[in-house]
Write a protein that binds this ligand. Structure first.
Ligand code: TRP
Length: 347
């Protein structure tokens, strides 16, 4: 069995044990606030987080603002993206009393863990990380020290609260593996402080963007959760389709048509082929209309709650303040344990 199949198998077992003993787990999840959250985030990670919350698992959610620095284009709007993400989480049903929502840059003790952690990995290991490689290629710039070491920073995100369960998409698996290596090496060298966290591979399907590529704000193919019904209709109208009247699900040769079908399918809870069947040979116009109705219907409640919460920006600031206070308490406690283990406590 290859390591990915093994990780998937382990995730299936984990899903079961989590339901049986939710109190044995502490979840750490994270989001890089590089844009507005969209349907891809909703089906890809938010649904899973709410599910874990309902199961009774305690969670920490980092809005990884220090990771946005490597994506220079987003940095000027990072505050807006952070506030907007909190609105979406709350509107989706995340309970700030059970999930600690916090921002990287507000928790000094978390960031300080990076120093001993950096000593536990080699430069060669960092260069081998596939996500670092693809981010580097996508950036078109020279590799910065921060980008090279960001998996170590992510280890600090996970270990500062002794998170032992990390729900991630496939592409984040190498980071969880590196976190396990760092925890193991730290414990071997200084005595046991950290758990070796496990990845929980998110089984929810990836939502394609409207052009068939991965949904991403930077491709301009995303439906963000906070869009109005009219804006949603507009982006869907702009989706490139074809002139064949008969609607069929065929991602390879009809990317636009199929992406619309996938989107409608997720929002309606029906297979894409079924949606195609129901439209028959009514053409792309009908498909776009159906998709718009499906998305707007699905998001109506979310958008209403979001708009209500957005009326009071002070409220979001308060939620973040509360989350950051709690994250600081937990991080300081862990840093003290680390300093004791390393013999660097002088008071
Ligand atoms: N690196 C993750 C991403 O780009 C975001 C993230 C930051 C994260 N810290 C984390 C994910 C800790 C899981 C755990 O999507």
């Amino acid at each position: 069995m290859n390591s990915f199949a093994a990780a998937e198998e382990r995730s299936r077992q984990l899903s079961q044990t989590i339901l049986e003993s939710p109190r044995d787990y502490r979840v750490l999840t994270g989001e890089r606030p590089t844009g507005l959250l969209h349907l891809g985030h909703f089906f890809g990670s938010i649904v899973e987080r709410i599910r874990l919350q309902r199961a009774g698992v305690e969670a920490f959610l980092v809005l990884a603002d220090y990771q946005v620095i490597t994506d220079r284009d987003s940095m000027p709007r990072v505050r807006e993206y952070v506030y907007s993400a909190v609105l979406d989480y709350l509107a989706a049903g995340m309970d700030p009393d059970r999930t600690t929502i916090f921002t990287h840059s507000s928790v000094p003790a978390l960031n300080q863990l990076m120093l001993p952690f950096l000593s536990l990995v080699t430069e060669a290991e960092l260069h081998r990380n596939p996500t670092v490689k693809s981010e580097l290629a996508a950036s078109g710039r020279a590799l910065s020290g921060l980008l090279l070491t960001y998996p170590v920073h992510q280890a600090a995100d996970i270990l500062f609260c002794k998170g032992n369960l990390v729900p991630v998409g496939k592409d984040n698996l190498p980071h969880v593996e590196m976190t396990r290596v760092i925890a193991r090496r730290f414990n071997e060298r200084y005595g046991r402080v950290f758990p070796e966290p496990e990845a929980l591979i998110t089984s929810t399907p990836e939502v394609p963007g409207l052009d068939g590529r991965k949904m991403s704000k930077s491709y301009g193919n995303a439906i963000s959760l906070g869009m109005s019904a009219d804006e949603t209709a507009q982006v869907i109208r702009r989706t490139p389709t074809d002139s064949e009247r008969r609607i069929s699900f065929d991602p390879a040769s009809r990317p636009g048509v199929s992406a619309l079908l996938s989107t409608a399918s997720l929002c309606l809870g029906q297979a894409p082929e079924e949606v195609a069947e129901s439209i028959g040979d009514a053409g792309s116009g009908a498909l776009k209309k159906r998709t718009t109705e499906a998305v707007n219907g699905f998001l109506a409640g979310h958008r209403e709650r979001r708009a209500e919460l957005a009326k009071d920006p002070g409220f979001i600031a308060k939620i973040l303040q509360q989350g950051n206070d709690r994250a600081n308490q937990v991080a300081e406690q862990t840093l003290n344990e680390v300093r004791t283990a390393m013999g660097t406590r002088y008071e």
